[in-house]
Design a protein around this ligand. Structure first.
Ligand code: ADP
Length: 339
């Protein structure tokens, strides 16, 4: 049953019952015994009054349900067109509140849809090139144009590894962006984690003659997801090594802040990032020097993932850079996060 019908039946029914009762009582007590007003006139007046009441109830029901119909119609339209078309309802009543809530939800929904579409198209774009390379090489090998040699196969295997990494990183990023990242928190000694990550890159740093300094260790722990935070440090320190030329320096500083949070700074004396490109640095697939990053095996997702992981922990990741001088990544993690 429609809301309006329910309205009319319930309110109208109650009013009709009350008025009829009143009229009958009035008739019984007053007019009839003194022989004043004839029954027919009395009944006609009662019917007219009832009709008038029904019309009034109908108009009230129309006005009351008209606003909700407006909300319904606008929501339906948004859903069909998958487009953000905010509902405008005047006033401050519950219908206006409902419309505002729907507007908020629709905004979130559309942003989610757009992000998903963008992610799919970015991923397709990134995968197109390696898949085409792989296919081209395999086809020429099958035709006998290139010899089926070990080194040819090794480069193809590298390409598949890069694709596998890209897919895995995309999966992590999409989980983090949609807020569905499952954090397995435990108390972690960040200083010893930093030592482990520095060890991973020590050989590469030595080969490039880069001095990698870990600074004074802190005597405190952070309640965080061990593997995610380690991944962030690997991405940041890995980038610092990659974008710092030979005989450069990478300084890692750790500090405990007054509000109980822990700050880790990774400063390199590398190529730096031009200021006009800095705002986009945490966007997925953004690379300052596209060909250089790709040829070094970069997926363009490392910083986007790092930022999302830190935000998921209630922390912050900031960047400061001067072109040709170096870059500083500043990561802040709350020691006692709201979980
Ligand atoms: P990639 O896999 O290409 O390294 P990232 O998301 O990790 O992707 O980094 C995005 C881009 O940011 C890189 O391509 C590089 O141009 C720039 N970048 C990241 N870290 C540094 C750094 N320490 N110094 C200079 N440029 C950097």
């Amino acid at each position: 049953m429609r809301l309006r019908t329910k309205y009319v039946l319930s309110t109208g029914g109650l009013m009709a019952a009350a008025v009829s009762g009143g009229l009958l009582i009035g008739y019984g007590w007053g007019a009839a015994p003194q022989g004043g007003v004839p029954v027919v006139v009395y009944l006609a007046a009662a019917v007219l009054l009832l009709l008038l009441l029904c019309t009034i109830v109908w108009i009230i029901a129309e006005i009351a349900t008209g606003r909700i119909k407006l909300v319904l119609h606008a929501t339906n339209r948004m859903l069909r067109l998958a487009k953000y078309l905010p509902i405008h309802i005047r006033g401050r009543d519950e219908f206006a509140e409902l419309a505002n809530l729907i507007n908020e939800l629709a905004g979130e929904w559309i942003r989610g849809l757009e992000a998903r579409n963008q992610l799919v198209s970015d991923a397709a774009h990134e995968l197109r090139t390696p898949v085409a390379i792989l296919r081209g090489h395999l086809e020429t090998m099958l035709k006998g144009a290139t010899e089926l040699k070990r080194e040819n196969l090794v480069s193809l295997l590298d390409e598949t590894k890069r694709m596998a990494r890209l897919i895995q990183e995309l999966q992590q990023l999409s989980l983090a962006e949609s807020g569905r990242l499952n954090l397995e928190r435990s108390w972690v000694d960040l200083s010893s984690m930093l030592g482990e990550v520095a060890d991973i890159f020590m050989v590469e740093a030595e080969e490039k003659g880069i001095s990698l300094n870990c600074g004074e260790p802190l005597d405190c722990e952070v309640y965080c997801d061990y593997s995610r935070i380690k991944q962030v440090l690997i991405n940041l320190i890995g980038n610092a090594i990659q974008y710092t030329p030979e005989r450069g320096t990478i300084d890692i500083r750790q500090s405990l802040r007054e509000d109980g949070s822990i700050r880790i700074e990774i400063a390199d004396t590398g190529s730096g990032i031009p200021s006009e490109k800095l705002p986009y640095i945490f966007h997925r697939f953004y690379r300052v020097d596209d060909s250089r990053s790709r040829s070094a095996g970069g997926t363009g997702l490392g910083l986007a993932i790092a930022k999302q992981f830190i935000v998921a922990h209630g922390g912050q990741l900031e960047v400061f850079s001067a072109e040709g001088k170096g870059t500083l990544f500043m990561m802040t993690l709350p020691a006692f996060p709201d979980v």
